[in-house]
Design a protein around this ligand. Structure first.
Ligand code: AMP
Length: 364
């Protein structure tokens, strides 16, 4: 037997739900997946053919992982870059997306610098170290409200706070609490909506685009994603152009997500980028012939990129914490697709699953 995927084994660093859904997509193509992560019993390991449980700096375990796999990817952006550098000393060009992109996306200052250097607009920002820097920046910007974020390890709104010039005590408390030498200060954007766009690109430069998607947050965590996003054609075209520009400039192999703020007069600012599949693309499992997860697998494995054409409109609802207790009502409902991640404990703010509500597009 001979086909493009025969005998292929994909390694994924990270054991979360994104790895789980990529592993399920890989299985559909006959590709085996080995997960590497420090935790036992993870959402991804439940569906993979094997899991290597070891810290990300365990060189012996990484060597075994590298020997057992043909190609390696990652499912979240806080995998240490040193881990990938080490794997690449064993096997050159075996990890996708490239570590340079991972490095940039791990640090908000590097990320914003990279985006701006690519000619793409972000909100105004400044690297700050203390209250004096913050006050100087406020004078320069002639503004009263702003956001402070840690440069690393922030996700789902963690490590950030919204402040006002009057909030001196809260600002000092935030600076003390984060214990970081440098933070990023951002102008508060008065956006009309938040969008994201996902691009998959393979080694031959073939691409597939998902979105733009409309994203609504609750307590700074993604709550719902809707496609189509209901924005103008001009915004849609510009969003796609931004994703293409970034993907081409880094010679992307894999999946890249771009989060956008849409401002009055259709001005578009990039908020952040992630070199991985994204929560705002989960609807694609049930509304596209080839999902973001399958195209993640296809693009890093050197396969043709599949069509991201949407056969249905969709709304994705995240199941956070206790939301998982209310899913029974959705189990028998037409065009309602329930996805659960197999997590045992429903902690506050924890993503437990999602539901895709789809509406087939009539072609008549
Ligand atoms: P982030 O961790 O940067 O993705 O931020 C999480 C959420 O906080 C975003 O999806 C926005 O809703 C909000 N946010 C972040 N940065 C800004 C900003 N500069 N202005 C307004 N809202 C922001």
């Amino acid at each position: 037997m001979n086909n493009l995927t025969h005998g292929l084994t994909l390694g994924i660093l990270g054991g979360g739900q994104l790895g789980r859904m990529s592993a399920m997509a890989a299985a559909r193509l006959g590709i085996s997946v080995i997960i590497f992560c420090p935790e036992e019993n993870t959402p991804a390991s439940h569906v993979a053919s094997e899991t290597i449980v070891a810290p990300y700096d365990d060189k012996d375990a990484l060597k075994i992982f590298s020997e057992k796999t043909d190609v390696i990817s990652y499912e979240f952006e806080n995998i240490p870059v040193e881990t990938i550098e080490y794997i690449e000393t064993l096997k050159k060009n075996s990890v996708f997306p490239d570590k340079a992109l991972l490095n940039v996306s791990q640090d908000r200052i590097k990320e914003k610098t990279f985006i701006n250097t690519s000619g793409i607009e972000t909100t105004r920002w400044k690297a700050v170290s203390d209250i004096n820097d913050i006050q100087d920046t406020l004078k320069e910007w002639q503004t009263n409200t702003f956001i402070l974020k840690t440069t690393r390890d922030g996700y789902d709104g963690k490590g950030q706070g919204k402040f006002d010039t009057q909030d001196i005590d809260n600002i000092s408390a935030f600076l003390n609490e984060t214990q970081e030498h440098t933070l990023i200060m951002e102008e508060l954007v008065d956006f009309t909506c938040e969008l994201s766009i996902i691009i998959a690109r393979n080694t031959s430069g073939e691409t597939a685009i998902y979105g733009p998607m409309l994203n609504e947050h609750k307590n700074r965590i993604l709550h719902t994603t809707t496609v189509p996003a209901g924005v103008t054609q001009d915004v849609e075209d510009k969003a796609i152009q931004i994703a293409n520009t970034i993907a081409t400039s880094v010679n992307l192999v894999g999946v890249l997500t771009v989060e956008l703020f849409i401002c009055p007069n259709d001005r578009i600012l990039v908020n952040e980028i992630a070199p991985r599949t994204h929560n705002s693309g989960h609807w694609s499992i049930d509304a596209c012939a080839v999902s973001q997860f399958e195209n993640h697998v296809r693009s890093v494995c050197g396969l043709p990129v599949g069509s991201s054409e949407r056969h249905s409109d969709a709304r994705m609802l995240n199941l956070i914490g206790d939301d998982i207790n209310n899913i029974d009502q959705h189990m028998g409902t037409p065009h309602t697709c329930v996805h659960l991640y197999g997590k045992k404990e429903a902690r506050t703010g924890r993503k437990m699953g999602h539901i895709n509500f789809i509406k087939p597009i009539s072609k008549s």
